[in-house]
Design a protein around this ligand. Structure first.
Ligand code: FES
Ligand SMILES: [Fe+2]
Length: 375
């Protein structure tokens, strides 16, 4: 039987308290129409991380990205102002900036040579004399909103969106004492997974539920029973006291400190902190059945003498991630099964997932309501 998009979205009850709640239905993870609705409403309307602040520190530095299928360029302009544009030439739509990142004083389109200033204004259009009613001032790159917070640069495709600080809500205050400025970017690694992006987010937000079963080495340095889960605004903080352990030497050497801090900000960004260590995860959908997770690793010491230790630390993270990838792909296969519709949530552990599902449902329901009102 074929259900309509409206039926699929409304089959999740986002009003139930945690002890009554179900997960979002399996169809939300496997139906192309949900993925398309998310592209337009979740990724097309929320603040999304597109770069690290250290990539956009000096005038002329730029980064290109793709967000919700849109090519974007973010740049620090000549007046030190952060700007973002659709990376689409106003002449015949070619990508103006073709490198992933770099420094420029002007953007020149590789197709017919139109050039744009770092403020987006059209500076040059070769051989365009005699074109009637062509107003250069109306042919600059189309702007996108950009703001930065802590070590991260965000853009938002929705011109009506709230300020980034309002979107992040209490996260700013919660993160501030943890001094993210004390670590420095070391390396990026990206992983492709055969699962819907929400499977990875759910796995992250299960309050450590899977850690003793799936990540034995990591579990040995966490005090699982003391693990806390706090929801506020659009973020969830999962945190655990840490203990010394001799189960796995590499884990014990690289996952240290009093507490582990795991922040998730709706919809797809995570910040993980141990002493002298941070990694961030950005989860990007590649269609309904695939996603890419971008890990950026930061360390307190990124000098050559610490490189070996840092690589060992990344390997520890990769092993945990390998374990997560295997289970996420298994979950995606299960979500396609006729045997599964939706599951219940652990009250002790899975409040973060519940928050995620309710925020997502609110966005999808609001979008459908908008669409039907526009008809
Ligand atoms: S498409 Fe850019 S100059 Fe023609
Ligand atoms: Fe995990």
């Amino acid at each position: 039987m074929d259900y309509s998009l409206r039926e699929i979205v409304s089959s999740y009850n986002d009003q139930e308290p945690l002890d009554h709640a179900y997960t979002i239905p399996a169809a939300w993870y496997v139906d192309d129409r949900i993925a398309e609705l998310e592209r337009q409403t979740v990724f097309g309307r929320t603040w999304q991380v597109v770069a690290r602040a250290d990539q956009l520190q000096r005038p002329g530095q730029f980064v290109t990205a793709e967000l919700a299928g849109e090519p974007i360029v973010v740049v620090r302009d000549g007046n030190n102002q952060l700007r973002a544009f659709y990376n689409v030439c106003r002449h015949h739509a070619a990508a103006v900036v073709t490198e992933d990142e770099g420094t420029a004083s002007i953007f020149r389109c590789p197709y017919h040579g139109w050039s744009y200033g770092l403020d987006g204004s059209l500076k040059g259009a070769p051989e365009f004399e005699g074109v009637c009613s062509f107003d250069r001032s109306r042919n600059g790159l189309v702007p996108v909103r950009a703001e930065s917070w802590e070590r991260f640069v965000f853009v938002n495709l929705d011109p009506q969106a709230t300020l980034l600080a309002d979107f992040l809500g209490g996260l700013g205050q919660r993160v501030a004492p943890l001094n993210l400025a004390s670590v420095h970017f070391f390396e990026r690694r990206s992983y492709s997974l055969n699962c819907n992006w929400k499977v990875f987010v759910d796995n992250y937000l299960d309050g450590g539920y899977h850690v003793p079963h799936l990540h034995k080495a990591l579990n040995s340095v966490l005090q699982y029973k003391q693990y806390t889960i706090e929801n506020e605004d659009r973020y969830c903080l999962q945190s655990s006291p840490m203990v010394a352990s001799d189960v796995d030497a590499a884990t014990s050497a690289t996952r240290t400190g009093d507490r582990a801090w795991y922040f998730w900000q709706y919809p797809n960004f995570m910040i993980n902190l141990y002493a002298g260590y941070m990694d961030t995860n950005l989860v990007l959908p590649d269609g309904v059945d695939r996603c890419t997770v971008v890990f950026d690793f930061y360390f307190d010491d990124v000098s050559d003498s610490a490189a070996e230790r840092n690589r060992q630390s990344i390997l520890v993270g990769e092993r945990v991630n390998d374990e997560d990838v295997g289970i996420c792909e298994s979950v995606q296969r299960g979500l396609h099964s006729r045997a599964y519709g939706a599951g219940r949530l652990s009250v002790r552990r899975e409040a973060g997932e519940h928050l995620f599902h309710r925020l997502l449902a609110a966005d999808l329901k609001a979008a459908l309501w908008k669409i039907s009102n526009a008809r």
